[in-house]
Design a protein around this ligand. Structure first.
Ligand SMILES: *Cc1c(COP(=O)(O)O)cnc(C)c1O
Length: 423
């Protein structure tokens, strides 16, 4: 099936007489006839539902749809993109381990990895996403367990050379984890380029309407967890699960089964089934919306690039953009609706411009149906110092403009009148 068909049909197939639309199983628990049957569920001997923290049919159907969209073998939903990023690493890293991350990542991810996970004893090295192979190889240590990057970095809009990163990760027998939030599987499927695990903040385009915070982790099923001996959590008995060895018992589903049975069981960042239902509605129209977001963003970027009050524009759809070639390779049908740019006059001009917008709203959010705008240096990336901002590709004049699916002429007219206010 094509991806637009999967967005509608995957994940839930009703039987005769069942509801046509995915039902919301708003129940914490399930009833069983015997103690023995319930025991088998707890031992992972039988599959079935018993408690929503571990599994829920609504959540599972939406996870199955996302797995299908990415071309993976299994997926799990989390209550936020932050939880998805954390779980994807914590599932294979413990105190004393290390991983490598692109320095151009979402501000929340940068803090999670660089501060909070460090407190847990898991160390990270941030590397320039454009670094040459030699430099990337040098970042590896004996205890390195993964590489992590974003397909299109939020907000720096760096396009990652996924194939190159996958090759390097695999040379060191570790998986490449890709945050595919901005591209969505409609515009890029990282598994096709060698990535092993994909994570999402479904809060953005997937939900698409700014209603529900959520995340997802998808496993390609391709990574060999056994070959290197680096992943004992997956390949040796789990004492907290009666000695189950995940790779032995679950094969290609080992990563997601462990993430569910162990990490989610203990940390519990599950989405509400009602939020999963809303996410599913968003997924149904994702291909239509992504096309419109990309068409509109292209028009806005071209307009900005010609405007004399604008000092620079970053959008990989522009032919002169630093990441245009990588975008041609990885994002041939469009990238995303997010553009970053600077207005002549720096931080002060940025503030005047933003405060003058009428249609575009100042919100923290990005990547939904309504055009929105943000100044990362004073908002999302506020916790970072100047050096960290620079490493994250965020200058103090950077305006993150998230182009919605309104009419492009109205969006451009709004930008025009706001730029007129900048003297
Ligand atoms: C927003 C975002 C996150 C965090 O997701 P939440 O749903 O806000 O927790 C992670 N990665 C990227 C690329 C994001 O844009």
């Amino acid at each position: 099936m094509h991806i637009d068909t999967k967005c509608i049909q995957s994940g839930y197939t009703p039987e005769n007489g069942e509801p046509r639309v995915l039902p919301i199983y708003q129940s914490t628990t399930w009833k069983y006839a015997s103690t023995e049957q319930m025991g088998k569920l707890f031992d992972l001997e039988e599959s079935g539902y018993f408690y929503t923290r571990l599994a829920n049919p609504t959540n599972d159907a939406v996870a199955a749809k996302i797995a299908d969209l990415e071309g993976g073998v299994a997926a799990m939903l989390t209550s936020s993109g932050q939880a998805a990023c954390f779980y994807s690493l914590f599932n294979i890293c413990q105190a004393g381990d290390h991983f490598i991350c692109s320095s151009s990542v979402y501000g929340g991810t940068f803090n999670l990895f660089g501060v909070t996970m460090k407190k847990m004893g898991i160390d990270v090295t941030f590397v320039d996403p454009d670094a040459d192979e030699e430099t990337l190889h040098q970042a590896f240590r004996e205890n390195t367990k993964a590489m992590f990057g974003e397909t299109i970095a939020n907000p720096a809009l760096v396009v990652l050379d996924i194939e190159k990163w996958a090759k390097i990760a695999h040379a060191h027998q570790v998986p490449l984890i890709i945050d595919n939030t901005f591209a969505t599987p409609v515009n890029c499927r990282p598994f096709e380029w060698g990535a092993d695990i994909v994570v999402h903040s479904t809060t953005k385009y997937m939900d698409g309407h700014a209603t529900s915070v959520g995340g997802a982790i998808v496993d390609s099923g391709n990574f060999d967890w056994e070959a290197s001996g680096k992943f004992p959590g997956l390949t040796t008995p789990d004492a907290s699960y009666h000695g189950i060895t995940y790779t032995e018992k679950f094969g290609k589903a080992a990563f997601i089964t462990k993430a569910t049975a162990q990490v989610m069981r203990d940390l519990g960042s599950i989405p509400s089934p009602h939020n999963a239902f809303l996410l599913n509605l968003g997924l149904e129209t994702l291909p239509l919306r992504m096309k419109k977001h990309c068409d509109n963003a292209q028009a806005v970027a071209e307009y900005l690039a010609k405007n004399e009050k604008v000092s620079w524009v970053s959008y990989c759809g522009l032919p002169g953009d630093k990441y245009h070639d990588l975008a041609q390779k990885y994002l041939p049908n469009g990238s995303c609706g997010v553009i970053s740019f600077g207005v002549k006059g720096g931080r002060e001009a940025a503030v005047t411009f933003m405060d003058s917008l009428k249609l575009a709203a100042i919100v923290t959010h990005v990547a939904d149906a309504r055009t929105s705008v943000l100044h990362p240096a004073s908002h999302t990336h506020r916790q970072l110092n100047d050096e960290e901002l620079k490493a994250a590709g965020v200058t103090s004049d950077l305006i993150r403009f998230s182009v919605g699916i309104e009419n492009a002429e109205d969006i451009i007219a709004d930008i025009q009148q706001a730029l007129d206010q900048v003297k």
